[in-house]
Ligand binder design. Sequence first.
Ligand code: UDP
Ligand code: MG
Length: 365
Amino acid sequence: MFDSQGPSSPEIHNILSIARSRDEGSAPEVSIVVPCYNEEENLEPLHAEITATMARLGLRYEVIYIDDGSQDRTHERLEEIWERDLAVRVIRFRRNYGQTAALSAGFRYARADVVVTMDADLQNDPADIPKLLAKLDEGYDLVSGWREKREDRLFTRKVPSWLANWVIRKIIDVPIHDFGCTLKAYRRGVFDGIRLYGEMHRFIPALASFLGIRMAEIPVHHRPRVHGSSSYGLGRTPRVILDLVNVKFFVHYFARPSHIFARLGFHLLWPCALLSAAGFALMATGALEVPYWASALVLVLGILIFGQFLVAGLLGEIVMRAYHESQERPVYVVERVLNGGERKGAGEENRARRPAELRAGAGGP
Ligand code: UDP
Ligand code: MG
């Protein structure tokens, strides 16, 4: 458990304060976001556990299930749950976009200013939700679960995860033990402030650290997967490494891409310069016959490479600016959104609104 540095960026501080002072009305106080991919057998027991926990807490809440293009009967199960429980909303993706996109959609559609994310496979325990919320109430903006006793296979899951967490911790410099745990609680300022691409849900604490938020990590219960199978194996390692490079770049060189390129170029230049100088020295002392032109060529090569990196850095600056100033676009296409008004028995007036909501679905709630 730790405190990261407190709010440092004035921008995020403003977002957080606005979020906290919004008119509450009948909007939920907590949105629970659950990405689901082929989880047909887990959804009923999971929903029962979430409902029991939330009933004990006595908070207004909604559960947003994101069906990430499942091929089994996940959507039918979700529709049944949605039919009978007014607290449920369902988002169905047209195809499988991945857990990151599903979480990102959950954040976009969440109506509460506090979001709890969790897996659908019963590996996370809904009974931990009150602990996360209590910690958030202590003044944190992001509370991350730590699966201290992880119930997964040792060599294919636990060992790679320990290694990955160690590498990520070192490279990104955020002291979290378990980046991969989906069970987390966020304030709006955090989930509104980060953009997720690729497989970046693992790096949410790293991306959020950029916002200068207060972050805590608490141990949570982890259970073995009983129904269905894990979507991930060792095959994801190269993608995680590439995303790690991306995140490092975005978190640490986000506003100054030319600096990292210049550094890389310099680290290629100095060995060339050293090699060239050694060549000249050997020739001058007569120790070895190294032609002058060869030494000069190595030096010229180093300078050219350095120049190339400087130019790439400038291009990076242009791209970064275009990126930040361009329109925000979601990373998914929504096929269908099940909101409260469209339930059986709801008035025609509500049903008539559906196409408009669907249109809005492609770009957000
Ligand atoms: N998941 C998803 N889309 C995917 C893969 C997984 O929404 O393409 C969901 C899955 O249903 C589960 C969570 O993400 O709720 C974590 O997936 P999984 O249990 O396979 O990962 P593991 O726990 O083995 O890391
Ligand atoms: Mg799992």
